[in-house]
Design a protein around this ligand. Structure first.
Ligand code: C2E
Ligand code: CA
Ligand code: CA
Length: 620
């Protein structure tokens, strides 16, 4: 037998297996046929029975069958039950035709009542089925929603997991960034930002508590050279080692950090006297300067210190740092490896330097520079060897400025590289024009070259390209360098000078006698010309002993095959003495001051005419 949910499934169209449905249909039809046959049998019995009681029992059984059919087989059952009930009514009327069978009104009333009842039942069932169908649909919908919710939950769970992972990574990165933002990667020391933060904090604290403290800037002297010689990796090791040494010397109340490359700072967060600060810095200075062993090399690095005091020198971090920086600048310019405390005079001094530097930059941009040419003659005073090119600055703001003033400033600021290249190019151009005009093919033009220029890696390339560009020959050029070149870096200077010499350019050592020079030392240097400084020439008419010095320099230089030029010759006596000593060439106000372009041309013209009549001196 089927149960009610089977019917519901059928009504609501449950997707049952086709075979099962077919099987079920067959079964249903068999039962319906069975019930029909039973009903018909009962009808026949009823028609022929005369006993009223039996008739009513049969009628009630028929009602039961109709109800069972309707309840059990729904539409089919209901339709069958209606047909059977109609047949029952027809049977009543037909049974009237049978003799002796009395007409039973009940036989008509009961089927009609049955029709009404089962119709009623059918309607109720129909409603029930509909409700069940809706309930089923809702249930399915709910199941679907529950499944979707579960899927969504799973998705959310996964996203949540990803979010937890991402936030962990973000947190880690944030911590790393925070560390990187406040600490120096190489030394693990607080960086500039952290130092400034602490300085700001300390200023507000000290302002409230009416306390004093000190900021010290540290800069390693010539650290670039350490990097150049040892390489950057070893340079980093030196920095780390110095950082460790200072940290272990540091008072626990103070803060030590790295500002940049070879610059550090200490915040002496204590109110101590200047003498105590000096002792403290001295201890740190010694710790830095002690030799550092790196593999098989030993290096020593000195440091310069600049200090500023709160609240005396400034009331905010910017001002205090600026003052410490100025003091450091002063310590550097006063010979390094020392400490300076900021003072207000220092500020003015530096400010004027800064202003001067700005004017110098403006001067270069406005092309306010020009060259003068000081002649160099044979000691007979007649034969012209050539000229020394000397730069001049006619500043719109400052008037005529001496190279003694602006060349050191240009060197300090690095502007000499640009200015020096301009000077060399301008000198070559003038030389080219002079040679084209006057055809003096053995004339020599001397150009002063700063040590800073010579130390530039592209110095040789610049010289070579300017020569090509202007079409001058090396044999007509001489560069004047000073001994500081060799003091800074002998090997690299010798290397570049040898290359320059291959271009045919001769090398003159300027201001001989003013530095550390010894004739023995000169032997290892690739120079061709020695320029005896004016201070020695001045001595000629001062004392006999000084004359002897000049004479010895000339003869020793000649022993080394050097060409000798005496500078600053102002009087006849000097000229005569130099000539007697065999000096090769003289330069000075006596024979000619630095000449402007017109006088330079006039001198060249005169020399060309002289050459035409007399034999030129053989200088080389
Ligand atoms: P320096 O190279 O020793 O140049 C010689 C200086 O002595 C020149 O001064 C010249 O005018 C001066 N002088 C020459 N003869 C006499 C004399 O008989 N008596 C006196 N009292 N002085 C004489 P200047 O032109 O003022 O140059 C000064 C210094 O500036 C130069 O010394 C040189 O070191 C530097 N300088 C000049 N021009 C240049 C340049 O083009 N490049 C570079 N790097 N430095 C230059
Ligand atoms: Ca010179
Ligand atoms: Ca000189």
């Amino acid at each position: 037998m089927r149960n009610i949910s089977d019917c519901v499934d059928e009504i609501v169209g449950e997707e049952a297996d086709e075979k099962v449905i077919e099987e079920r249909n067959k079964k249903d039809i068999a039962f319906i046929v069975f019930w029909c046959l039973l009903y018909v049998f009962m009808m026949v019995v009823q028609a022929f029975t005369t006993v009223m009681f039996a008739k009513s029992i049969i009628a009630q059984l028929q009602v039961a069958v109709a109800i069972v059919l309707t309840a059990r087989y729904y539409k089919r059952g209901y339709v069958t039950a209606i047909i059977l009930s109609v047949l029952s009514i027809a049977n009543v009327f037909l049974s009237m035709l049978i003799p002796d069978v009395p007409f039973s009104l009940m036989g008509v009333v009961i089927p009609i009542g049955t029709i009404i009842s089962i119709t009623f039942l059918f309607v109720i069932m129909r409603k029930l089925y509909h409700s069940m169908r809706e309930a089923k649909e809702q249930r399915e919908e709910l199941i679907k929603l529950a499944e979707e919710a579960e899927e969504a939950y799973e998705e959310v769970r996964k996203i949540n997991e990803q979010l937890i992972e991402s936030s962990r990574v973000i947190k880690e990165n944030e911590e790393r960034l925070n560390h990187m933002a406040l600490f120096d990667e190489l030394t693990e020391l607080p960086n500039r930002r952290m130092i400034i933060n602490r300085l700001d904090f300390h200023i507000s604290f000290s302002a409230k508590m009416n306390k004093k403290f000190t900021v010290v800037f540290i800069d390693l002297d010539n650290f670039k050279r350490v990097n150049d010689i040892l390489g950057h990796d070893r340079g980093d090791i030196v920095i780390k080692k110095i950082a460790q040494r200072v940290t272990s010397t540091l008072d626990s109340d103070d803060m030590f950090g790295r500002l940049s490359g070879d610059e550090f700072a200490i915040l002496i967060q204590r109110d101590i006297e200047k003498a105590e600060i000096l002792d403290y810095i001295e201890e740190i200075r010694k710790a830095i300067s002690a030799p550092i062993q790196i593999e098989d090399e030993e290096v020593s690095v000195n440091a310069s210190f600049g200090a500023s005091a709160y609240p005396k020198d400034g009331s905010d971090s910017t001002e205090l740092l600026k003052c410490a920086d100025m003091a450091l600048y002063k310590a550097k310019s006063e010979g390094r490896n020392r400490v300076e405390f900021f003072s207000h005079e220092m500020k003015e001094e530096i400010q004027s330097k800064v202003d001067f530097e700005a004017s110098l930059v403006a001067g270069i941009n406005k092309e306010e520079f020009h060259l003068m040419f000081q002649p160099q003659h044979a000691p007979d005073g007649k034969k012209l060897r050539g000229f020394e090119a000397l730069v001049r600055w006619r500043s719109e703001e400052l008037g005529l400025v001496s190279p003694v003033q602006f060349i050191p400033m240009a060197e300090e600021t690095g502007l000499i590289i640009e200015l020096g290249t301009w000077i060399f190019r301008e000198a070559c151009r003038k030389l080219r024009t002079a040679m084209d005009t006057y055809g003096l093919d053995d004339i020599v033009l001397s150009v002063n070259i700063s040590t800073i220029q010579l130390m530039q890696p592209d110095f040789y390339d610049i010289i070579e390209s300017v020569m090509k560009e202007t079409g001058v020959y090396g044999r007509n050029l001489e560069i004047e360098i000073t001994e500081s070149v060799f003091i800074k870096s002998v090997d690299s200077a010798v290397e570049v000078l040898n290359k320059i010499k291959e271009l045919g350019i001769s090398i003159a050592l300027d201001d001989f006698g003013t530095g550390y020079s010894s004739l023995h030392y000169l032997r290892s240097l690739p120079i061709d010309t020695l320029k005896i400084d004016k201070s020695f020439v001045d001595g000629i008419n001062r004392a006999e002993s000084e004359k002897e010095i000049v004479g010895s320099i000339i003869s020793l230089a000649h022993n080394m095959n050097l060409f000798v030029v005496a500078e600053g010759v102002e009087v006849e006596e000097q000229l005569n003495f130099l000539r007697d000593c065999g000096c090769d060439c003289v330069q000075g106000y006596l024979l000619g001051k630095p000449l402007d372009e017109d006088d330079f041309n006039a001198t060249l013209k005169e020399a060309a005419e002289y050459r035409a009549t007399a034999e030129s001196p053989d200088y080389k």
